[in-house]
Design a binder for this molecule. Sequence first.
Ligand code: MN
Length: 269
Amino acid sequence: MSPQTDQLYILLTNDDGVHAPGLRVLEEALSARWDTVVVAPDREQSASSHSLTLHHPLRVQQLGEKRFSVDGTPTDCVMLGMHGLLPRTPNLIISGINHGSNLGDDVIYSGTVAAAVEGCLLGGASIAISLVPSDDNGFDLRQAEEVACAVVAETIRNGLKKDYLLNVNIPPGPPGSAKGYRVSRLGRRTYREGIFKDTDPRGKPYYWIGGQDPAWVGGEDTDFKAIEDGYVSLTPLRLDWTDETGMGLLQGWELIDINGCGPAERAEV
Ligand code: MN
């Protein structure tokens, strides 16, 4: 990958849909300085995770010279953007600015993060950017815009690197209200979501996922703590999920030394 900024080509996407204010802000701010293109879902795809559309064709609509919408997931958008839809291959993929945080375990469910992961898998440097809502559920995008520009500029200044995958969360508030930047690790949710059960008008039960306030555990160095303390959280992520400790434990399995996996060998245990 070339670190030269004159070859820089930035793909912008999100999971809130092509018309979401967070993507608009990102597009306006970054296109003033760099060569950008938008390829985003035609509707909201939040919590779509890394799903890929394989069972029906995808339709692309060109909304402007450098704007495309796709009737698919964020992952579909990045796949198309990196493979053939555009005149050349983007080398920096930015997903956001998401309407809501993507902290800790959220990254597993997040369509915003999935788009960044896909960009990274396909060889680009990737950044996922999310804005935490204020207590009254407001989204003031001005500070997020400044942070996004600063993080993108610093990423470019350091040279685009392969396997670069950065998860950025921005605290709520007006410009200048964040205390600064903090490098963090993923925290853990103590519980993910509540399940709401009720009965529909025909007397059948239904279940609705969601509802509970997020609670988290983890140390001072977590992304949750950074946001709680009023900092922009910067968490580098990796694609390789391999657990080295787990590899060591499995090497101790007697099963590993047995030649063959047939029932005769297992019966001896
Ligand atoms: Mn979203």
